[in-house]
Design a protein around this ligand. Structure first.
Ligand SMILES: *Cc1c(COP(=O)(O)O)cnc(C)c1O
Length: 401
């Protein structure tokens, strides 16, 4: 006799490509920070869809906006105007303190769009000779899965057998400002950096790195592009993770939580004189900025405008990091991150990240390993303190040796 969960897993394995290795949990329902599997077991979600679920599962304000929009109009294409589009763009620009918004769907599309815009800006405004523009990126970056984006990744698993790759990228060690300065020249269109590297294991840069990156970009007449797809929208205790550094980027890529945990919605936001280089026909997306996505995005913006989620992440994040910090020396070698976001390195001799994640799942806490021995923790920002403590207790017990 197999359980319902085993039957569903067998179905996935028979009919889906094998490009993921999910934990053996089959989710049927979710609410706030909690999910329930097909066998009726409940789990605390400590991953939040890689920060796509910052407001938890099915946040009532976001669901209400989606349901109302489903009753009006869902898709128009950009061949026509619709009554949610301009409002979404205005509200997102005002929230982020930027001039202009380019709407897309997935995070990878936002990054691709930022690269295209930076290249066009470099040729038309900076005067870089045709076909020679460079974008400087960091080691251990993660910006998505398209062929151009994996072209400048150093994750061999993400690249192997997917070449030939897109030229025009220069990679330097993350967190090393001197290397950034050495890498820029009069062909540099942009520096493309994550304020905190999520997939790499929640790696935070040394203090002052982004202030220096800003100076380097300015000195080189290049753009600073911050990929805030995972770090942004309250995850670290501020609207944007770069806000902690007191630095403004020229372009920001946003995604994941922008779609409110309901649908894919991404955007590039930033300087009007940079995004303004795009003319009709040069770039686009059938689904980008559709009415349903814009209505959901507007509900997300309204939540972020209150500051409540930034505040929750900051306050609960201090508590999280205090408690995880106490595990260093007790089965943990290092804890990194900011706000309700942490990378926890399990000491050698302890469980592998995968085994720790599977053990935690059996105890009702869902998180996911990255790079072998690091647990990545990102609870929804709606989590209550006692729920957070319950998850941390389980983690402490699993890593303790
Ligand atoms: C997830 C992520 C992306 C890609 O987003 P998708 O929606 O999966 O395409 C890009 N950059 C960063 C920093 C991310 O975390």
């Amino acid at each position: 006799m197999s359980t319902p969960a085993e039957d569903f897993i067998a179905l996935d394995e028979s009919w889906s490509t094998h490009n993921y290795h999910p934990l053996p949990v089959v989710i049927a329902e979710a609410n706030g920070p909690w999910v329930t599997d097909v066998d009726g077991n409940r789990y605390l979600d400590f991953l939040s869809g890689y920060s796509a679920l910052n407001f938890g599962h099915r946040h009532p304000a976001v669901v209400t906006a989606a349901v109302e929009q489903l009753g009006r109009v869902t898709l128009t294409s950009r061949a026509f105007h619709h009554d949610q589009f301009g409002l979404f763009c205005k509200e997102l620009a005002e929230l982020t303190g930027t001039d202009m918004v380019l709407t897309m769907n997935s995070g990878a599309e936002a990054v691709e769009s930022a690269i295209k815009v930076a290249r066009k800006w470099a040729y038309q405004v900076k005067g870089v000779p045709a076909e020679t523009a460079e974008v400087v990126v960091a080691t251990s970056n993660f910006h998505g899965r398209t062929t151009t984006i994996v072209s400048f990744s150093d994750d061999e698993t993400a690249r192997a057998d997917f070449g030939p790759f897109t030229p025009g990228f220069v990679q330097v060690p993350y967190g090393d400002a001197d290397a950034l300065r050495d890498a820029v020249n009069d062909r540099t269109a942009a520096l493309l950096l994550e304020p905190i590297q999520g997939e790499a294991g929640v790696i935070t840069p040394p203090p002052g790195y982004f202030a220096e990156a800003r100076r380097i970009a300015d000195d080189a007449g290049a753009l600073l592009i911050a990929d805030e797809i995972q770090s942004g929208l309250a995850r670290t205790g501020t609207l944007l993770a770069l806000d902690h550094e007191g630095v403004r980027a020229d372009l920001y890529t946003l995604g994941k939580a922008l779609g409110g945990g309901i649908l894919p919605l991404s955007a590039v936001v930033g300087r009007g004189d940079v995004l303004g280089v795009l003319r009709p026909g040069e770039h686009g997306s059938t689904f980008g900025g559709n009415p349903l996505a814009c209505a959901v995005g507007r509900a997300v913006i309204a939540l972020l405008r209150t500051g409540e989620f930034q505040e929750r992440s900051a306050t609960l994040g201090l508590h999280l990091h205090q408690r995880l910090g106490a595990l260093v020396g007790n089965g943990v070698t290092e804890v990194r991150g900011r706000g309700l976001w942490a990378g926890v390195d399990i000491a050698a001799g302890g469980l592998s990240g995968r085994d720790a994640s599977e053990t935690l799942a059996k105890q009702g806490v869902l998180c996911k390993e990255t790079h072998g021995s690091t647990l990545r923790i990102a609870p929804p920002l709606v989590i209550e303190r006692d729920e957070l403590d319950r998850g941390i207790d389980a983690i402490a017990a699993v890593v303790r040796r």
